[in-house]
Design a protein around this ligand. Structure first.
Ligand code: ATP
Length: 938
């Protein structure tokens, strides 16, 4: 059979080989799916655990002559035990940590499993990997032997068995419940911990089974270095898992077979090297893009883990304490500048340069993963692109600095291309896409003619401005040091500007950020492009420092390969995710120490998988956290017996900064007009022919029982939900097709029911995000500290101070919002509305979660903010006394339909409203949250 238009043939042997390979991918995928279903983590240690168990099996059968099945059972049990120990010792302890930390922990576990395998007594009898039967049969022109039959029999049986186990048994339901919401599952009596341990134990056994099935098929000879489950194999399995949406095992089985067959057909027909990985990358990209977008926009748990401990009041305002970061940085640069005097050999200088380059690449991960929360497993791909571009250009006579700058541009462009589709992709799916990109770069892109003749590339020996000889390692070292210092300073500065804060805000709460006019797309893309450019720049310098490097699809470990991408993630997490110092400390720890003091047992122990795991377990904030804790302890010690100096006072605020008035499309038009809006989620109708008309300056309350469609109405007005029909006008302008952040820029302010704001931003930073609605901080001027950007940033800082003082939040200004009580966070939200200068305020249960006593103050507060902003207000509230006291008119919704509208008293007494919402109990009306149960007290 042939494929029309390609000249390719499909023979039966390709199908047989394809199916066999596909079964291998599927069983690997099953293990990944199992753990992902239970813990939402991609277990990167899965392969290594399997390789360890399979080595044990080989030892038992070949050297100790155990019966195969007995040895098989024992190694599966060993795999299960390893899985359970990993869960109890690592995963459980990190359950509340950001997912990135867990991912890195699985990398550490993988290294420890690798070490365990190496420590197993050496196998003396070199022989093919053991298999129980000794039969052969011909099938489709292919001679199949017992390992193939094992694969054909075991894989479908295991997958069907696991599927039934997970879908039809109470245990399976418990797995799903504990994955979706562990706290709620615990309340419902699900033994969450036991479920998790069991899942990891099953996955451990499955890993051993996988490698035990895989090894004989690939003809592994025990005792010789066996191929481990590297990124490429993992990627095939991930593609299969993705066909099943990371949850369905039968679909993963089909996915695996499809991947295997396509690959076999392509390879047998002589498709160019690496093109199968390219196809895999495209397939993964398309599949992730076609996935239904997550409705839930909550942060995917990639938060920053480094927390600055409080400093004693007596010391906080001393100049050298305030400047301690800068002082440390200067001292570090001085030390770095002296190091070449200590490590004088050319190899030593090269290692120092490599530490600097890794720190630079670490900065790119800091921005992308730490700030933007984009979990990338392919950052080294951009380093490789940068290196090749710089080498190629330098080889064609382009001056050194221009070549390196173009490497940065190439990295940025490549990141833009990858980042654009990645905007729709989150967390583990993005990790997979970027890993696929890294694998495709290694096996396909780097081999393209565009980058010159490989596989060996030589960076020419150049001069800088005809003065500095770049063939000297020392010159390259100092040049790299200058680039790193300048870049680190720019990155640190960027984080303090509106542009940097916005990136973190989008990561923490995309909806809230959009409601402050921050464009999530622009924030994420700018992080992607900037990180890509930094990686490309580092790549250019890496090529210059290395001089000559070889790139082939099979070189392991490849200099720019996917393994390096996972390494750099570990490095940044170990250093301290999200901080500039994190990249530098991580590079010193994981690249510098092993290279310079590799002989020392304690150094290799500290920087091995065990050291990394121990550090993550006891100090998830990494080395930066350790340093900050040490500083805090030292200052606390010094502060003993010292009086706290009076805090520097700020001049009193006489008037709030006035926002520039926004142009209004039609002065005579109502502030908000919603007409004929229908919204349905699947088959469930949330709004039917909804309408709302609010005059300028009016306060309108929206009431109705839970699920009546009130929040949906808010989401329709603010742009988070596109209605199936109907139109929305703001100030006479038809905004139906506008995104949320565009509506926010028109003056639409919003508070959300959950009052989550941005967990990793301080109150001051949060208010500055709101100020973005007035004047957006541009990325490039902020990064380069151009005068325009600088003046506007200074202005925003003082404006934020003014709003915070006005609303009485002064003492919380530098507290993280996640550390505030719900009531205080609600007040921060109000402060943000002021800062945003919103003239249409959409308040979705602004007192939800606030104690009754505190919520009484909210009526006057809302009124005063309305007056200050001359705003129009729509408020959803279950607190009837509050909503009655401030509203000019009320709308009441029931089951998505408007049932009453008019003066507050008239609506309250309307029989339909009484029947559908309020009931007849007077006390309930006076304290209506008792009726809805909506209020939870902090
Ligand atoms: N993103 C969504 N996906 C599916 N269904 C949804 C979604 N958002 C809302 N719904 C459904 O639409 C209906 C209206 O929900 P909505 O949140 O607007 O009600 P509400 O009146 O605000 O209730 P509450 O007082 O509890 O906030 C409910 O049945 C809800 O389950």
């Amino acid at each position: 059979m042939g494929i029309p238009g390609t000249g390719w043939a499909i023979e039966s042997d390709m199908l047989v080989f394809g199916v066999l390979a596909g079964l291998a991918y599927a069983i690997l995928a099953a293990g990944i799916v199992l753990v992902y279903r239970a813990t939402k983590v991609i277990n990167l240690a899965h392969g290594e655990i399997g390789v360890f168990g399979a080595a044990l099996l080989a030892k038992l059968v070949l050297d100790w002559h155990w019966n195969f099945w007995l040895a098989f059972a024992a190694s599966l049990a060993a795999g299960a035990a390893v899985g359970a120990v990993v869960e109890m010792g690592v995963i459980r302890r990190l359950a509340k940590s950001p997912r990135l930390i867990l991912l890195v922990a699985t990398l550490g576990v993988g290294q420890v499993a690798f070490l365990a395998r190496v420590l197993l007594p050496e196998i003396e009898n070199h022989a093919p990997f053991p298999s129980p039967l000794n039969r052969e049969a011909e099938f489709g022109g292919v001679v199949l032997s017992s390992p193939h039959f094992m694969m054909l029999a075991f894989v479908p049986a295991v997958i069907v068995g696991l599927t039934l186990f997970l879908t039809k048994t109470p245990f399976g339901i418990a797995v799903r419940a504990s994955a979706d919401n562990p706290d709620r599952a615990k309340l419902a009596g699900v033994p969450v911990m036991r479920v998790s341990t069991t899942v990891w134990a099953i996955s451990g056994a499955l890993a051993v089974l996988t490698v035990a099935l895989l090894n004989p098929v690939t003809g592994a000879v025990v005792g010789l270095p066996t191929a481990s489950v590297g990124p490429s194999l993992l990627l095939h399995a991930l593609a299969a898992a993705l066909v099943g949406g990371l949850t369905s095992m039968p679909r993963a089985l089909i996915g695996g077979i499809v991947v295997g067959v396509v690959e076999a057909v392509m390879t047998a027909n002589g498709a160019p090297t690496g093109s199968t990985d390219l196809v895999l990358f495209i397939a993964i990209l398309v599949m992730t893009l076609l996935r239904r977008r997550d409705v839930d926009s909550s942060a995917d748990g990639l938060g920053i883990t480094v927390k600055t401990p409080p400093l004693p009041e007596a010391m906080r305002n001393l100049w050298w304490v305030r400047r301690s970061g800068l002082i440390t940085a200067v001292a570090a640069v001085v030390v770095a500048a002296c190091l070449p005097l200590v490590f004088t050999s050319s190899a030593g200088t090269y290692m120092l340069t490599k530490v600097l380059i890794f720190a630079l690449i670490g900065l790119s991960v800091t921005v992308l993963a730490g700030w933007a929360g984009q979990l990338t497993l392919g950052q080294f791909a951009f380093v490789g692109i940068g290196a090749l571009v710089a080498t190629q250009l330098a080889g064609h006579g382009v001056p050194f600095l221009a070549a390196v700058a173009e490497a940065a541009v190439a990295g940025g462009i490549a990141a833009f291309v990858v980042g654009l589709p990645a905007l729709r992709v989150k967390g583990p799916f993005l990790a997979m896409t970027t890993l696929a990109f890294a694998v495709a770069c290694q096996s396909w892109l780097y081999g393209q003619d565009l980058f010159g003749e490989g596989p060996t590339y030589t960076f020419p020996e150049l001069e800088l401005f005809g003065l500095l000889d770049l063939s000297s390692e020392r010159t390259v070292y100092f040049l790299t040091l200058v680039v790193l210092v300048v870049t680190a300073a720019a990155v640190a500065r960027l984080r303090r500007t509106g542009a940097g804060i916005s990136i973190v805000a989008v990561r923490d709460n995309e909806r809230a950020a959009a409601s402050f006019a921050v464009s999530p797309v622009a924030a994420k893309l700018s992080a992607f492009v900037f990180a890509g450019a930094l990686a490309g720049l580092a790549g250019g310098l890496y090529a210059a420092a290395t001089g000559q490097f070889a790139l082939t699809a099979t070189t392991t470990p490849a200099i720019f390969g996917p393994d390096q991408s996972t390494f750099i993630i570990s490095m940044v997490v170990i250093g301290g995710l999200g901080r500039v110092s994190g990249s530098v400390l991580g590079a010193i720890y994981l690249v510098g120490l092993p290279a310079l003091f590799g002989e020392s047992v304690s150094v290799s122990l500290a920087t091995s998988g065990i050291g990394v795991l121990a550090l993550i377990l006891f100090q998830p904030g990494g080395l930066t956290q350790l340093a900050l804790s040490a500083r805090s302890a030292f200052l606390t010690h010094l502060a003993r017996g010292r009086e706290a100096p009076p805090a520097p006072s700020r001049p009193p605020i006489h008037a709030l900064p006035r926002p520039e008035p926004r142009p209004v499309a039609d002065q005579a038009a109502p502030a908000i007009e919603v007409s004929g809006v229908d919204v349905a989620f699947g088959g469930r109708v949330a709004l039917k022919d909804a309408s709302l008309r609010v005059a300028r300056g009016e306060v309108v309350g929206v009431i109705g029982s839970n699920g009546a469609g009130k929040s949906t109405l808010m989401n329709v007005i603010s742009g988070f939900i596109r209605p199936q029909s109907g139109r929305i006008h703001i100030g006479g302008l038809d905004v139906t097709s506008f995104s949320p952040h565009r509506r926010a820029a028109l003056g639409v302010g919003r508070v959300f029911q959950d009052a989550r704001l941005f967990g990793d931003l301080t109150v001051h930073e949060t208010v500055r995000v709101a100020l973005e609605a007035r004047k957006r901080s541009e990325f490039v001027p902020s990064l380069l500290a151009l005068p325009a950007g600088w003046t506007s940033e200074r202005r925003k800082i003082t404006d934020a101070d003014a709003y915070i003082d006005f609303i009485g939040l002064g003492r919380y200004a530098h507290t993280l919002t996640s550390e505030l009580s719900t009531g205080t966070r609600r007040i921060v939200e109000m402060c943000c509305l002021l800062a945003q200068g919103a003239d249409v305020l959409l308040l979705d249960e602004p007192t939800a979660g606030v104690a009754q006593k505190e919520s009484e103050a909210f009526g006057p507060l809302i009124k005063s903010i309305q007056t200050e902003l001359s705003a129009t207000v729509v408020i959803i509230e279950h607190d009837m006394p509050l909503v009655m006291s401030i509203s000019d008119r009320l709308y009441c919704y029931s089951a998505g339909r408007l049932i009453a509208e008019g003066a507050p008293e008239a609506v309250r007494d309307n029989p339909d409203v009484v029947a559908a919402y309020l009931g007849t109990d007077k006390r309930a009306i006076e304290r209506s949250d008792a009726l809805t149960g909506a209020k939870d007290h902090p």
